[in-house]
Design a protein around this ligand. Structure first.
Ligand code: IPD
Length: 284
């Protein structure tokens, strides 16, 4: 079982996650090229997004390494950095890349400190995390046992407030988020599951950022969320923030949340959604 850092270290990790995510969030918002979609027609938009991704990841790595040189770092864009402290940072410089490309204000920077073996599904767990949506100014954050909070954003007091999941208890009333991978064959399977689930739930949302979807479960603006195919850096921060807000975050058939499946919901509805998804998604 991974070792849990003490309270002082958890507080330090949470603050570092907040600072790093906020700084990189400001960068991707302020430096977003105004003509990004025009560039698309000249076949360079994807490259521009990739460059922003790489620069933001570099910024995150520098800040984390300066503060905690012994920690490992695994990110979406660059090679993993080894460490000796037992803490690994899972970082996604832009989660919601397609929204970023289209200037839809639902993209974020996701930063999580985890313990355990980050390369093994089910072998690690997040202990401190932050997700910054620079378009709204919201910074969602949590540390193990410390609750989940949001600071910034419309109507949120300067000191922030504590997050709590919705109290929905019936699947038929459950507003459910999901997402789809990039490969056509994967999307075909995911679409079939979504179509089969649709008659059983209140409605389905596809916002385009897994990290923000998990934060939406934490704040109660979604009742539930599920998705297969997520990378560890897509789900690590949101997993902790949702859990600390009272959600159950699991995989199917007693597995930990991972690429095979991530299911997040309040305790009133998690078992019902899990049961339905286990009927729809065959055991592999
Ligand atoms: C993607 C987003 C999207 C989810 C995909 C992810 P990216 O991450 O989180 O919502 O449906 O599975 O890959 O590519 O924007 O970092």
């Amino acid at each position: 079982m991974p070792v849990t850092p003490g309270t002082d270290e958890l507080t330090e990790l949470e603050q570092l996650a907040i600072d790093a995510a906020t700084e990189a969030g400001r960068f991707i918002l302020d430096e977003r090229p105004a003509q990004l979609r025009v560039a698309e027609t000249k076949s360079s938009a994807t490259d521009v997004v990739t460059v922003m991704d790489q620069q933001a990841e570099q910024m995150l790595r520098q800040r984390i390494t300066a503060a905690r040189p012994q920690d490992a770092i695994v990110g979406e864009e660059a090679a993993a950095k080894d460490g000796e402290s037992g803490v690994t940072w899972l970082i996604d410089p832009i989660d919601g890349t397609v929204n970023y490309l289209y200037d839809i204000p639902a993209y974020c920077v996701s930063v999580a400190a985890v313990t355990g073996d980050a390369s093994t599904p089910g072998g690690w767990r997040p202990v401190a995390a932050a997700v910054c949506n620079p378009s709204t100014g919201e910074v969602f954050h949590a540390r193990l046992g410390g609750g989940a909070h949001v600071a910034g954003g419309r109507g949120v007091p300067v000191q922030g407030h504590r997050l709590a999941v919705s109290g929905v208890t019936t699947l038929g009333q459950t507003l459910t988020g999901t997402g789809f991978g990039y490969l056509p064959e994967v999307r075909r399977r995911q679409g079939a599951v979504a179509a089969a689930l649709l008659p059983d739930i209140r409605d389905l949302r596809r916002a385009g950022s897994a990290a923000l979807d998990l934060c939406a479960v934490a704040s109660g603006s979604l009742d539930a969320y599920f998705e297969s195919g997520l990378n560890p850096w897509d789900l690590a921060a949101g997993w902790l923030i949702a859990t600390e807000a009272g959600a159950l975050v699991t995989g199917l058939r007693s597995a930990a949340p991972a690429a095979a499946m991530t299911v997040a919901a309040g305790p009133g509805v998690h078992a019902q959604l899990l049961k339905r998804l286990e009927e729809l998604v065959p055991a592999s």
